[in-house]
Design a protein around this ligand. Sequence first.
Ligand SMILES: [Zn+2]
Ligand SMILES: [Zn+2]
Length: 645
Amino acid sequence: MSEITVILPDGETKGFDSAASVADALVELLSNKQRKQTVAVAVGDTLFDLSTRLDSLGQEQIELRPISIASDEGLDILRHSTAHLMAKAVLDLYGTNVKVAIGPAIEDGFYYDFEREIPFTPEDFESIEAKMQETVRGGIPFARKVISKAEAIALFEERGEQYKVELLKEIEGDTVSLYQLGDFVDLCRGPHVPDSSWLQVFKLIKVAGAYWRGDEHKQMLQRLYGTAFDDKKKLKKYLNDLEEAKKRDHRKLGKELGLFTISDQVGPGLILWQPKGALLRRLIEDYWKEEHYRHDYELLYTPHIARLDLWKTSGHLDFYSENMYSSMAIDEVQYQLKPMNCPFHIAIYKSQMRSYREFPLRWCELGTVYRYERTGVLHGLLRVRGFTQDDAHIFCRPDQLEEEIFNILDLNLNILATFGFDQYDIYLSTRPDKYVGSEEHWQKATDALKQALDKRGLAYQIDPGEGVFYGPKIDIKIKDVLGRSWQCSTIQVDFNLPERFEVSYIGEDGREHQPIMIHRALMGSLERFIGVLIENYAGAFPIWLAPVQARIMNITDAQGEYCENVYQELRRSGVRIEKDLRNEKLNYKIREAQLAKIPYMLVIGDREAESGTVTVRERSGKNLPPMSVSDFAAKIKEECTAMLG
Ligand SMILES: [Zn+2]
Ligand SMILES: [Zn+2]
């Protein structure tokens, strides 16, 4: 028997009998505590079960990386294993009336798709969880078996599992691996936890419809979602966050706060802004425009349609057509609803001869674009068919690129900070396999992006080869108060459009040159950004953004006239105020104002009416001493100024 040498990442090395398993080796190489945390191992990028025999790995010297159950990879294995556990429980309970499809781990947990005529109910969830716990207590091993494809097809055919048979028939190669948990057998690459006792902490979350293979012409299945963790506390936090996210759902709050609506009659994915949402949007737009003015940008407006030919020149018809709507004929010429603003800005650029002296040109537009999205993926404000980008295009000389990127980052992070976002992940995507422009240009542009990020002292990850074909880019994902990530800002260098549109300028040498074009959006789109804002603030917007800053309410009808005067005075001084002069109990009015998440309530009784003051109650319930109407107006102004820096 020959010996196989196992090397751990910390350098620990030992020889083993070739028939030994990974688990045998780890007993010798790891401390007890480490070993109890190790759910699988990696050799290179491939993961293996602990039961894997060392000689099956085909190397005399094996570098093994233990995978901890608490790591992302470990959690994936745990969750994927829990999907098997759930499928076993469902089959144990509902037997022959159920067919199993697929069950992977996903970002926050796992799912399994089942064919079953009767819908799963919350009561079923409890029975399924109880059944799963039974198996967990049994400590049943996940046994791996490699058999021929033909044998596997025969096995699943005999069990009536036609979805597995269909998958098997498409797999290349002669053998496949199966995992057996008790009498439940699944087609699976693995790896899995050694046995079911590892799967103590899980919870079924919800059920939703899902087509087999995501194809709406195929069978509708029931997708059971669940989550699993290595630790009870983590599950508890996850479930709390989930509850909190439900309360913050922008679709629910958008309706309750009267911000926006979507009408079937108008069409899915098309946002109708109600007065308060429209005001919120205007406040954001005004702030955005002012910030851009301060950063030396110029504002553009462009139309919503253009000749189809424009989109041929831009290349969108070739590589973006699946996101575009059908064209329409106007005077027998085809026109197209715009999916992007870029070609319009280029047309403005080309309306006259440009000189290097004018550079950089920084042109911004709140440009409304229309893109096709499948009905199934539309989601409130977050995924829509018509949206307004906070777009900008910068035309500059190559030597100005780094400074321009730096300026964009600066503006970007300032704007995000004003909205309360100061946690983000930044990604720099570099040249993909297919690209336009010269390698030298790519290198210079990528270096410029890096240098700007470094100069601003920002940490970033490099996504090699993930750039768009036309140039490298920076993406910024913001984190909200629940720690959720949202992609919003993007900064892209473009070597393609200037070429396609033959964009040029006259350089210092008197010759024509091609400028560098940068596309960028900071918020992404107003719709999506406002959706994120609603969830981040749970609808309780800071004073500078609140569509209604204060609501005035009388205690009895006797103060009606005084309230009316105060209302008029505050409105004239620019405070966004509402009045509630209904003949209702004060507590009732206060409760309603609190539900509407209005920052300040002005309560008016006889005392206030006589002394010409207002009593101010904060959204939190705290009462401030009475103050004059003008002092209140000044207080609001001061608070807004402080937030806007
Ligand atoms: Zn599996
Ligand atoms: Zn663009």
